[in-house]
Write a protein that binds this ligand. Structure first.
Ligand code: ZN
Length: 458
């Protein structure tokens, strides 16, 4: 089944918490994600006590929303942006309404996907259905909501859009960047069918799975001749399926009213354009290519992750050839991190260690093979590469006298491969080479070994 044949249209509403010291309408701390004890970072405002009045809106949160809107190429709305009360009844919302602003930015885009609007809102608390307990530490933290046009046509497209968006947001340094901060609602329809909204999607992978499931479900219904109803469904991350969500408010049910305690927002032109935009993955990619002369594929890999591009940046200002450094980071370093399923920050590798290691290889003090083994060790131990090479005599061996002896031994130990080589199976040389390297613990100079092998087996 091809999604393109089904006329799939997917739009997303993405909520991401903004990194600020204080909540949107009070001065309570916002670090709910690292606060163990429930209901300690709260006050009458963020717990919706009767008579409590919101503080003036958090300016830093507004700055961040402006930065994000501009990076998404939105047209900025400049005045009469009302903060409204969106009413609904749920234990995570003590006041009975959520404060949510009218759009600050409209008609933007990221890549191929249109951005309809961007606005600010308050995060609700956390309600644990299984225990019935509520924690209001999160209540009132600033969120930015990004609403896309239904421009995506497959689960893959939605996934790569979300990855690109989250990567961009991380590079701004203005969002709370801990696991599971993304919350998305997905709306999805097949050609001629009704629009179904899926709530409760909490990861990029979850979005991909939910969309995939929903396309199959809607297509199966269509094949059976039944109609897809317009409805809201909930994604279950454990079972990876969507289920009908019974309660559903329509826009009317929310009874939006402008919050009488909050004056409408006003953005002066000077303010909007005085905020300096941070470097984005796109601009850094371009800069790396120009400044360090690295090919686009490396620049792309390096900017897929902020941690990685920061690391490369630190490495390339040290005494090292930036092109070689890019090859090592995108190749061996990533390979070894992936093998361990860890991030760079979980490893002990530091920029200066990598630089030292690269230069040891470059100066031919050690072989490339030894370099890779050494990297493996340094990632885990954080040892000084130069010291390890010295203490354990890992230096490259190119002396013909030493290698001569080892090559003779390998030839003597492997009569069958040697015969095969003589009978024209030239690729067997790689095997013999490997045996010599093994004997030499990968310290042997490969060129010398090849030359000796060729000379001795004719
Ligand atoms: Zn508070």
């Amino acid at each position: 089944m091809m999604e393109s044949d089904l006329g799939v249209r997917i739009g997303l509403e993405i909520h991401v918490p903004i990194k600020t010291e204080q909540k949107l309408f009070c001065d309570c701390p916002t670090n709910y994600y690292e606060t163990r004890e429930p209901n300690v970072n709260v006050c009458p405002v963020c717990t919706g006590m009767p008579g409590s009045k919101p503080y003036p809106i958090n300016q830093k949160a507004l700055d961040s929303a402006v930065v994000i809107a501009r990076l998404l190429e939105c047209e900025m709305v400049k005045e009469n942006i009302y903060v409204k009360r969106k009413h609904y009844d749920y234990p995570d919302l003590p006041s009975g309404y959520q404060r949510t602003s009218e759009p600050l930015g409209e008609n933007g885009r990221l890549g191929e996907v249109g951005i309809w609007e961007l606005h600010m809102e308050e995060d609700p608390g956390r309600y644990d259905l299984s225990t019935g307990r509520v924690d209001y530490n999160r209540s009132g933290v600033a969120l930015v909501e990004i609403v896309t046009a239904p421009d995506m046509n497959s689960p893959q497209e939605a996934r790569s859009f979300l990855r690109e968006l989250m990567n961009l947001l991380k590079y701004t340094g203005r969002i709370i960047d801990v696991g599971g901060v993304l919350r998305a609602d997905v709306n999805i329809s097949l050609a001629g069918g009704s629009r179904v909204e899926i709530k409760n999607v909490n990861s990029v992978r979850g979005a991909y799975k939910a969309i995939k499931y929903e396309i199959i479900r809607q297509n199966n219904m269509r094949k059976r001749g039944s109609e897809v109803r317009q409805e809201t469904r909930e994604f279950n991350e454990k079972s990876m399926i969507t289920m009908p969500l019974r309660i559903k408010e329509t826009a009317d049910d929310y009874r939006y009213i402008p919050d009488p305690d909050i004056p409408p927002l006003l953005f002066k032109e000077e303010f909007i354009y005085s905020i300096k935009l941070p470097e984005t993955p796109q601009t850094i990619r371009k800069r790396f290519m120009e400044e360090y002369g690295i090919p686009e594929k490396y620049a792309k890999t390096l900017t897929r992750d902020k941690e990685l591009s920061d690391f490369y940046q630190e490495v390339s200002v040290l005494e090292v050839d930036p092109k070689t450094a890019a090859v090592w980071i995108c190749g061996e370093v990533l390979r070894q991190l992936n093998y361990r399923s860890i991030n760079l920050s979980d490893s002990k590798l530091e920029p200066r260690m990598l630089v030292e290691l690269i230069n040891l290889v470059k100066k031919q003090t050690i072989t490339e093979e030894t370099g890779k083994k050494l990297l493996e060790r340094v990632i885990d131990s954080g040892e000084n590469p130069q010291r390890v090479v010295k203490e354990e005599s890992l230096g490259r061996v190119s002396g013909v006298d030493v290698l001569d002896e080892v090559v003779d031994k390998v030839i003597g130990d492997n009569p069958n491969p040697v015969d095969a080589y003589r009978n024209g199976k030239k690729e067997i040389l790689n095997y013999l080479m490997g045996q010599v390297m093994k004997e030499m613990k990968h310290r042997a100079d490969a060129d010398v070994v090849i030359k000796l092998l060729r000379e001795k087996i004719r």
